[in-house]
Design a protein around this ligand. Sequence first.
Ligand code: F6R
Length: 593
Amino acid sequence: MCGIIGYIGSQNKGVESVLNGLEHLEYRGYDSAGIAFISDDKLNIIKEKGRIADLRKSVEITSSNLAIGHTRWATHGEVNKVNAHPHHSGSVTIVHNGIIENYIELKEELIKKGYEFKSKTDTEVACALLDYLYQKTGDIKESISEFKKKAKGAYAIGLILDNDKDNLYAIKKNSPLIIGISKDEKFIASDVPAIIDYTNKYIILEDGDYAVLNKDSVTVFDNENNKVNRKPRTFEGDALSISKCGYDHFMQKEIYEEPEVIKKTALTDIPDISNYDRICIVACGSAMHTGLVGKSLIEKYGDIPVDVEIASEFRYKKLFLDNKTLVIAISQSGETADTLEAVKIAKKMGSDTLGIINVKESSIAREVDNRVYTLAGSEIAVATTKAYAAQLEVLSKIAYSLAKNSKDASKLKEIKDYLEDLQKLPIIMQEVLDNEEEYKKVAKEIYKHKDIFFIGRGIDYALAMEGSLKLKEISYIHSEAYAAGELKHGTISLIEEQTPVIGIVSDKLIADKTISNLKEVNSRGANVIYLTTNQIKGEGDFYSTKLVVPEVNPLLQPIINVIPLQLIAYHVAKYNKCDIDKPRNLAKSVTVE
Ligand code: F6R
């Protein structure tokens, strides 16, 4: 996690460019931030606990041609100014994203050599090690090369030296790092949004690379210290997608972008995967929830068994993978450490890998054998919404591509109009969005409660999990998702007078079963909010509010159903005056295990 940026140029814009870049990287972590810059040949380091806005208040915009900055998501050491980056040791100052796994051992060695440490961070140890090697060799390139041999773990590092105001250094292993190129200015950054206000030309460093940047040139060295050419790329994205465009929050704006995202992603090609005997989906959080929806759709319509694994668990369990198993990694950021590692393991075990990824050229996108991009554009709100919808769409397309040759006539009938229905979907989604007031009313009814439950069966259970995660992560209200029939095996004892229970009922074949479960909780005092389609009756007075969405092709129904859930979560958090786009303790890109 964490975001880093560095600037070297001749326009004296280092401080402003770094602060501005950090604002665009805040989605990667936002508990503290800092900047180091050279001004009048003097090194300045300023750090603050809190957001970039807090850092801004402490920094005077001074002329500087060399600056590095950091926004932190704490891993080692509590959130305070001392642990915030940049860290300084001897004549080296660094910002770092990643984790130095052997920092305790390195720290002990450095203490023996006379180094003292102020912070609890692994980064200060990396900084001291770089300084030690620099004092010993007098050559920073040699020191970086030695550092890479000694430091274990993941690092994207921006480095400046007290006595060298003409060069900025970058080191990369297992954490993303790009170099932005414009005429008289060069940048390093964790991600493209940090530099997009200055340039759309960039190169991606590969693992083991380090680079030397000055205002006119960039030189990259690979793991063997050979000079290499990394291909310059052009960012094709839309800079507008990183502004709120009049919405109160990025999350709300991104929910409203869903119809457009679905329209764009509908045009992506899906590879033929009909040769595999089994599919294994690996992902984390919401991406894993889309995997669960995908499992239902692919198994039901595509007739291939699918396992869904939480990537952080997949890594540490006995695996049964082979060349007849396709491993599908789903990730918005394409940087989630556990998902990336799961892909590497799958490849080693002989399985083919397919990524469903939003961020182009991200680490997972580059690691997988084949990829389908979701065309959601930049997602800034920490809680995913539009990328989630696009992942559902890609999975539905995969299920359709497997199902369309099925011999099962009834199945074929159910999905026969899929392509046409997919075209119509954005308009129907817009109709659902137009009902925002209804979802806001539900939010007003429930926002003061301490516990909220979501229930559903089959595919609706997978959606319940997403609705529940969305609500709890941004509103901090305890919420749980339950398979509707499972509730009475324990959890029903938590239902009290007026406890909100949101029941999702969109599958006609099993609707009665879930409705019975909703009646059970209603008769125990629950306030039932019943989310269903216009084709399901649901007789009885078991709910206080009924939310009706249009029934669509079964492969597309989840994309419709999730909209009310996202908007309810959004408004509950808004009523509770939460920091919706940057919920506490979270970060958008989880690059630590
Ligand atoms: C929840 C959320 C997270 C992510 C998870 C995986 O709203 O956004 O649960 O889905 O951290 O992230 P990616 O998709 O970037 O791998």
